[in-house]
Design a protein around this ligand. Structure first.
Ligand code: EPU
Length: 338
């Protein structure tokens, strides 16, 4: 049933645990419920500002939101079709991402196991093109279904039309598109594991006949060791993106910092490890009363409990400024700031 709540606290709907409010919080369990709301609600007709959130694991509220927040509870997981090698699974945007990964692993379907334990929902996996340990969601997404909130039309985008890039997509740029279902193409044979990441290799090196369960277990251990659990300490994973710079800029920094951590990209560009840049600026030792840089991963900013969104934002601004002053590199926030 569609659920419309007004003057609603978002504290349990964002992983920073910020107690911001929204004028309206609309959650729906079927596409029909959403369409009914869009076609008939006076609230929708009178409001212009709106936002779509999944699990709120990539958002920082610095103020209350005056408008409507849409929240999908679409929960189905169904096999759409199969070939000898692949299974196409269609999942509702409200499915918890890690439950979906667990489902795939338990059914011995290969592809997304390296994306275990990433907070968020299936919908957000497409919006944000989530990625970790050499894998991105886009590598396994076949198609994305959306409802255009402005026209109420249902649209389907094939992978190639989703404009997936690093932590970005058509759906992140176009706020009219509310993702309803995502279809993934997973392997049921000829598995292609992605084990290049050093931590992963060392955890798995002594295991013969590697299974998806082994890989999922290793990824969960690596993440639990490096990243804070938002249920215990508020955070949104990587706060910043790893910046991409020209090769000349990389060489310039490397000259002064021979231990710079960077990865080669296409077209001669280099992706720098933002966590390393932030650590070099001395941020791992720094905190305010309510905000801290996570000691094991400088890319993560944590709410020690009572921080306001503004306090976290201001803290992140200081980090951006100091990285710029030291390296001449502009960090971009990965989290969406409201
Ligand atoms: N590093 C440091 N100091 C730090 C943090 C990292 O020196 O404080 C170094 C590490 O030693 C490593 C390199 O930087 O050599 C990269 O670090 P890490 O492997 O932890 O990955 P990352 O680039 O910092 C990205 C994603 C993570 C994802 C990991 C693993 C982004 C913005 N972040 O982090 O994704 O889990 O790779 O693949 O691309 C997220 O998006 O929320 C997220 C957690």
């Amino acid at each position: 049933m569609i659920n419309i709540q007004s003057d609603f606290s978002l504290k349990t709907h964002n992983t920073f645990g910020i107690d911001a409010k929204t004028d309206y919080f609309i959650s729906f369990s079927t596409e029909e419920e959403l369409l009914f709301f869009l076609n008939s609600s006076e609230i929708w007709k009178s409001q212009c500002d709106y936002l779509i959130i999944g699990a709120g694991s990539n958002i920082l509220f610095t103020k209350d939101f005056h408008g409507i927040i849409f929240h999908s509870l679409l929960q189905s997981i169904e096999i759409e079709k199969e070939s000898d090698e692949f299974v196409f699974i269609r999942a509702g945007s409200g499915v918890v991402w890690d439950n979906f990964v667990e489902f795939a692993v338990q059914n011995n379907l290969q592809g997304i196991e390296n994306l275990s334990l990433i907070p968020g929902t299936v919908g957000a996996s497409a919006v944000q093109n989530i990625g970790a340990y050499g894998v991105e969601a886009k590598d396994f997404i076949e198609k994305v279904e959306v409802i255009d909130l402005k026209t109420t039309k249902k649209l389907i985008f094939k992978n190639i039309d989703c404009n997936f890039t690093y932590r970005d997509s058509l759906f992140k740029k176009n706020q009219n598109f509310l993702v309803t279902n995502v279809t993934f193409k997973l392997r049921k044979s000829n598995f292609q594991f992605y084990l290049n990441y050093a931590d992963l290799q060392s955890k798995l090196q002594n295991i013969n006949n590697l299974t998806l369960i082994d890989i999922r277990k290793a990824i969960i251990e690596i993440r639990e060791n490096k990243l804070p659990d938002y249920k215990k300490i508020g955070n949104a994973g990587s706060f910043f993106k790893n910046p991409v710079v020209e090769f000349e800029k990389y060489q310039e920094i490397l000259y002064d910092y021979p231990n710079l951590i960077a990865y080669k990209l296409a077209e001669g560009k280099m992706k720098l490890a933002a966590g390393w840049l932030i650590e070099q600026c001395g941020w791992k030792q720094q905190r305010t009363k309510n905000v801290v840089v996570y000691p094991k991963q400088a890319l993560v900013i944590c709410n020690l409990g009572k921080a306001s969104g503004k306090e976290i934002f201001d803290f992140s601004q200081k980090i951006i400024q100091s990285v710029y002053n030291q390296f001449g590199v502009s960090l971009e926030r990965e989290v969406i700031v409201i």
